[in-house]
Design a protein around this ligand. Structure first.
Ligand code: NAD
Length: 484
């Protein structure tokens, strides 16, 4: 891996002139693997300018031709599958299986976006009055940008980039400063696919780079994914600047288990939801809600028996199921929130706080932690933890579970395990969550569906992926025509 990351502006890899860097640390080995430049305002402005200048040529390239570049990109991602997956593990820490799954999802977004000739079609009516026809067409708007988080360095930028360019816009990617390498490889592949210079640009940095992008008159809209406080700020700022914004925030997800659930079939699915990626997924379970005494007792037994066996380690090592937290700071913050919950009365069922991973003693590891007791109102249940923590909660009825979920400020995912169609339907109908899983541990929408989210988990109206993202990246124009 290279030492110092470069920006990609107007088809060229360029070093930033900044003297400010963020260290990129492999969270398992704690080795420094590079330095992310906090690019200067001038550099961001250059990227915006080049994207703006490239727009007219690109927007007048027929969609069928734009799609051909995406087919090339698809092949290149397939050829570089291992390289991309390994880069994800090295900078983010998740295990190789999860990394491959995320690269797969990035790839699928390219595949779906390649259907742009049909996806971008408008509609028309003949004879809206005598001899007059009307049509709605979808047109690209100009320069868009995405500001993305650390937890899916390959997948999340690709919720946006393939669709933005397929619809004829030009683009600036701002990766997370913590995980810049995967984006760098993806940018190399975009270049290799022959996508014309200036159509996609990459600018590294943090908050200041985001601010320059958001304040530019030449940026039409922003796709943001990250924590809720930042999502809210970006949404507000974008609105003030008259831009489109789709801002996905944090999450605090509940998995409900009904007495009729098939626990044997569900258990690995449930555990993986909580602990794969060390809980650093916006669709990860945080709270396991058992309906009824018997369900609670069964889950408790299952958890105590099996969760300590989850293999924690370096994601490139064989058999590893769970990696480290992204930073030492994240680890400390999660540990202190667990301690706080214990002080407030939470009982510890599984305690991975002092885990030592052989060969990686300095890594940012916390083993799986399971808390239970009278914890329904504690912060550990209601605030986003983003770590390998499961809160096992007992309720007496479906309604109690539903009310607990709906009392939470977030609304990203909610899942139910049941064999009853009645409970499943009622859950999907009444629960406030954007992505509902019925006997599914991580209800991640495939690319031809929008990645939903509601309440404090999403600010905006049109989501990532699916038909939503095509609408987000296009302006609807109405043409009413009569030929005299
Ligand atoms: P973060 O909010 O710290 O950073 C996200 C991005 O915003 C980064 O690129 C960062 O450089 C930039 N940024 C930071 N502060 C900023 C500011 N004040 N103004 C503008 N930009 C700023 O998030 P993170 O820690 O990288 O990611 C984890 C969070 O992302 C979690 O809360 C998780 O739930 C959330 N997430 C949500 C979804 C979803 O679909 N809802 C998906 C993945 C992750």
């Amino acid at each position: 891996m290279v030492e110092e990351l470069k920006n990609h502006i107007n088809g060229e890899w360029v070093s930033s002139s900044t003297d400010q860097y963020v260290d990129v640390i492999n969270p398992a080995t704690t080795k420094m693997i590079g330095k992310t430049p906090m690019s200067t305002t001038k550099e961001v402005e250059e990227a915006i300018q080049t994207a703006k200048e490239s727009f007219w040529e690109w927007r007048s390239t027929p969609p069928v031709e734009r799609a051909r570049y995406l087919f090339k990109l698809q092949n290149l991602i397939e050829e570089n599958y291992d390289r991309l997956s390994e880069a994800v593990v090295e900078e983010n820490g998740k295990n190789i299986k999860s990394a491959r799954a995320e690269v797969q999802r990035a790839l699928e977004n390219v595949e779906v976006a390649a259907g742009i000739p049909s996806l971008v079609q408008g509609y028309n009516s003949e004879d809206i009055a005598r001899g007059i026809d009307e049509k709605a067409i979808k047109q690209p708007m100009g320069v868009f940008t995405c500001i993305v988080p650390f937890n899916f360095p390959a997948m999340i930028p690709f919720w946006f980039v393939p669709y933005a360019i397929a619809t004829g816009n030009t683009y600036i990617i701002k990766p997370s400063e913590k995980v810049p390498y995967t984006a760098q490889i993806l940018m190399e592949l975009i270049e290799e696919a022959g996508i014309p210079e200036g159509v996609v640009n990459l600018v590294h940095g943090g908050k200041e780079v985001s601010t320059t992008l958001l304040e530019s008159d030449d940026i039409e809209g922003v796709s943001f994914v990250g924590s809720t406080p930042v999502a809210k700020k970006v949404y507000t700022k974008a609105a003030m600047e008259g831009k489109r914004a789709q801002c996905q925030g944090g999450a605090c997800n509940f998995i409900t288990v009904m007495p009729d659930a098939n626990l044997e079939a569900a258990k690995s699915n449930i555990f993986s939801s909580f602990f794969a990626c060390a809980g650093q997924r916006c669709l990860a379970g945080q709270n396991l809600v058992a309906v009824g005494d018997e369900t609670y007792d069964q889950l408790k037994e299952m958890v105590v028996e099996q969760v300590p066996n989850i293999k924690v380690g370096y994601g490139l090592d064989e058999g590893v199921e769970m990696g480290p937290l992204i930073t030492a700071k994240a680890k400390e913050s999660i540990l202190s929130r667990i301690d706080e919950a214990i002080d407030q009365g939470a009982k510890v069922l599984v305690d991975g706080r002092d885990i030592e991973v052989e060969g990686y003693e300095d890594g940012h590891f916390i083993g799986p932690v399971v808390l239970t007791g009278d914890i329904h109102d504690l912060d550990i249940v209601h605030e986003e933890i983003f770590g390998p923590v499961m809160n096992l909660i007992k309720v007496d009825t479906f309604e109690e579970a539903r009310d607990l979920i709906n009392s939470n400020n977030y609304g990203n995912a909610a899942n139910i395990y049941t064999q009853s169609g009645k409970w499943a339907r009622k859950f999907a109908y009444e629960v406030e969550g954007g992505n509902i899983g019925i006997n599914i541990g991580v209800p991640a929408p495939v690319p031809h569906f929008p990645f939903s989210g509601m309440k404090d988990s999403f600010f905006g109206d049109l989501h990532a992926q699916g038909r939503d993202v095509i609408d987000f990246y296009t302006e609807k124009k109405i043409v009413i025509e009569r030929y005299l």
